[in-house]
Design a protein around this ligand. Structure first.
Ligand code: BGC
Length: 339
């Protein structure tokens, strides 16, 4: 009996040793923490796509969304405490992570800016985005061409909306568009009846489309009861949806209006003639680039970079990969699969 007991114990020990041996041969999955805003459905699509691609590559992924700067700062602080192999941030406020990221730097955790740059910090290793300058240009050029402004078209009544002031992208989009449209305001081919043409006057706080509603209501009732609103610069699809909703409620014809993101709802509005165009940012294109960056930083190799000049975040020029956005209007919307 004693022998049998001894044999069982020995077998058990061998089994346990084999098991733990197996474990140590298995490399631990690398982990990635993703912190995004929840401001628009495009962030959800990007989060889903990133999670799927990273899991396919064998990473452990934790995607979190937040509504406020404070909530996102806390999320980032918490994930740094968990020592992930890489942190990806789509910042609600580009400049709000200077202190929080000090700790990531101390711990050598690489940080990647996703879609939005992180300002005033050298804790950011890389930036994966769409070409934000090209997006602003694209909006201005499309509007100018649709109105035949180069050949003297006009006058047309126009109103402007811009994204949230705490997001660096919102400024780039607006500045680039205005560089193209301002000469036509000066020449009188574009007329802004409200006179609201500066970023501060037209920005939609936090990109929250609900914040655009009172302004478009006021514009319609103050300036467009007896004159047509013919053109609207909208910084994204979410905000375009609200603007068009209010114009519809006021019983007025839909203007030429821009959008951004390629939201499924925007594709529908383009198909039924409400929204003129959107600039689509295919989530799968951006997330695929971002995954390559993540793999490179965790493996200590060089990621794909195509811009080393444009994104000076106040502390350093952040090496970036800028994807190419795509203009979608009624001519090509039917060939687009909504994402
Ligand atoms: C992004 C846009 C998005 C907006 C609101 C910007 O930083 O570039 O694509 O629509 O944020 O979430």
């Amino acid at each position: 009996m004693k022998h049998i007991k001894f044999l069982c114990l020995t077998l058990l020990l061998i089994f346990a040793a084999t098991l733990s041996g197996c474990g140590s041969n298995q490399p631990k999955a690398k982990s990635v923490a993703v912190c995004f805003p929840n401001t628009t459905s495009s962030w959800q699509r990007n989060g889903d796509s990133l999670q799927k691609l990273l899991e396919e590559e064998g990473f452990t992924v934790n995607v979190q969304f937040s509504a406020t700067i404070e909530e996102q700062q806390k999320q980032v602080k918490d994930v740094i405490g968990k020592n992930p192999d890489c942190i990806v941030i789509g910042a609600i406020d580009s400049a709000a992570f200077v202190e929080v990221l000090e700790n990531a730097k101390k711990k050598n955790i690489p940080v990647i800016g996703f879609d939005r740059i992180l300002s005033n910090t050298d804790a950011i290793s890389y930036y994966a985005s769409f070409d934000n300058g090209a997006i602003g240009d694209g909006m201005g050029e499309y509007i100018a061409a649709a109105l035949n402004l180069k050949n003297g078209g006009g006058p047309f009544n126009i109103e402007f909306f811009a994204g949230g002031p705490s997001d660096n992208n919102a400024h780039i989009f607006f500045e680039n568009t205005m560089k193209i449209l301002e000469p036509y305001l000066k020449s009188g081919q574009l007329v802004c009846r409200s006179g609201q043409t500066t970023f501060d006057q037209v920005a939609v706080a936090d990109w929250n489309s609900a914040n655009a509603r009172p302004r478009i209501q006021e514009l319609m009732s103050k300036y467009y009861t007896d004159a047509p609103l013919q053109v609207v610069l909208s910084p994204n699809d979410d905000i375009a949806g609200v603007i068009l909703d209010e114009i519809g409620k006021a019983g007025k014809p839909y203007p030429i209006i821009s959008g951004l993101d390629g939201d499924p709802a925007a594709f529908e509005r383009i198909k039924n003639g409400q929204q003129t165009f959107t600039i689509a940012k295919d989530p799968d294109v951006l997330t695929a680039k971002c995954v390559r960056m993540i793999k490179a930083v965790v493996e200590g190799t060089q990621p794909d970079i195509n811009d080393v000049t444009n994104y000076n975040n106040g502390v350093k020029v952040v090496p970036s990969y800028l994807c190419t956005p795509m203009i979608i209007d009624k001519t090509n919307v039917n060939s687009m699969a909504a994402k």
